[in-house]
Write a protein that binds this ligand. Structure first.
Ligand SMILES: NC(=O)c1ccc[n+]([C@@H]2O[C@H](COP(=O)([O-])OP(=O)(O)OC[C@H]3O[C@@H](n4cnc5c(N)ncnc54)[C@H](OP(=O)(O)O)[C@@H]3O)[C@@H](O)[C@H]2O)c1
Length: 310
């Protein structure tokens, strides 16, 4: 497993044993399915499914994420709009805008891009989104339905992780899954999703966080280890059971003066050494990231289908 091999001319490299779970290819498949669904929906309803993104403030990463979502909507044939509001917007002004979109028939999905400026309470704002248009799955009604095993909208990243596992043929049923991170957008909904009775789930799930006494003891028990803490390269090889499947949700910018931008993206997993131990692993970028937008598009299509079936 740890033998050295000669590759790429004269350089000596370690053998990489883990299969790479290719999020780009799998997300392209999901997008193609969504495009097809959009075509069918348009044919039947005479309109495209629509997503509006509300973006408050100047956070550079949020602007990039929203641009990518907008572009992706257009690519699959959806109607899309971005409502950009200044950082000085009050919470009341924001909730008024959200409520206006609740009754706008052009949009089946509404997302309020997080994080919001500090003077706002994101959880409170989320409660103003019509739960039937809450394609981010963050409204308490949707979180509750997920926990109850009657999911309506599940946050896109957990859905993307589940789909990656399924498409790669990794058996979740009966597996010991350890999730590092308990945020409302990743860790908690992912735990709720994978612990449900049913296909692609039925796992025994452990959720770790900063209160976990010995993280490595927990992570070494995992058949499927999912890292979502935002601490770059913090999951090291000694924390991984040989043969485990490793899913890296983390995306952090780390300084890299060899690149033009001066930074590069890193996951939570120490990729090189861990890929010599794991049986399968997601890269960063190119793993979970592309799945998130693809599953968001899928949620928007489902919201549109739900709206017409009511
Ligand atoms: N690929 C994608 O599309 C995608 C989507 C969403 C997020 N992300 C990335 O995923 C990462 C997590 O995002 P998030 O929104 O869930 O972050 P978050 O809200 O900051 O939550 C991080 C979670 O990790 C836990 N944690 C932090 N340090 C830890 C440690 N040393 N040991 C154990 N647990 C620890 C925290 O525990 P406490 O609760 O105790 O504080 C918290 O529950 C970030 O890098 C983010 O950029 C990627």
């Amino acid at each position: 497993m740890h033998n050295l091999c000669r590759s790429y001319g004269t350089k000596w490299r370690r053998n990489i044993t883990a299969r790479i779970i290719d999020g780009k290819t799998i997300s392209a498949k999901v997008r193609a399915e969504v495009s097809e669904g959009v075509r069918t929906f348009k044919g039947a309803e005479g309109r495209a499914p629509g997503l509006v993104a509300v973006l408050v403030g100047n956070d550079a990463a949020s602007h990039t994420y929203v641009r990518n979502k907008e572009k992706s909507c257009i690519e699959v044939g959806m109607t899309t709009e971005v409502c950009r509001m200044p950082a000085s917007t009050t919470q009341d002004e924001l909730t008024t805008v959200v409520q206006a979109y609740n009754s706008d028939p052009r949009f089946d999905g509404i997302l309020v891009q997080l994080p919001l400026p500090r003077h706002m309470n994101a959880a409170m704002v989320t409660r103003f989104i019509n739960p039937l248009k809450d394609v981010d799955g963050l409204h308490p009604e949707n979180m509750g339905l997920l926990l109850a095993g009657e999911a309506r909208f599940v946050p896109a990243t957990p859905l993307g992780v589940q789909r990656l596992l399924r498409e790669d043929g990794i058996r979740v049923e009966g597996a010991r899954v350890v999730i590092c991170g308990r945020s409302n957008i990743v860790g908690k909904p992912l735990a709720a999703l994978l612990m449900q009775r049913g296909e692609g789930a039925n796992a025994t799930v452990t959720v770790c966080h900063t209160g976990t006494r010995d993280l490595a003891v927990e992570t070494r028990r995992a058949d499927i280890l999912i890292a979502a803490t935002g601490n770059p390269r913090s999951i090291t090889a000694d924390m991984v059971r040989p043969g485990a499947v490793v899913i890296d949700v983390g995306i952090s910018r780390i300084e890299d003066l060899t690149t033009k931008s001066g930074f590069r993206l890193a996951g939570d997993v120490d990729y090189g050494p861990v890929s010599e131990i794991a049986s399968a692993i997601t890269p960063v970028p190119g793993g979970v990231g592309p799945m998130t937008i693809a599953m968001l598009l899928d949620n928007v299509l489902r919201a549109a289908q739900l709206a017409t079936s009511r």
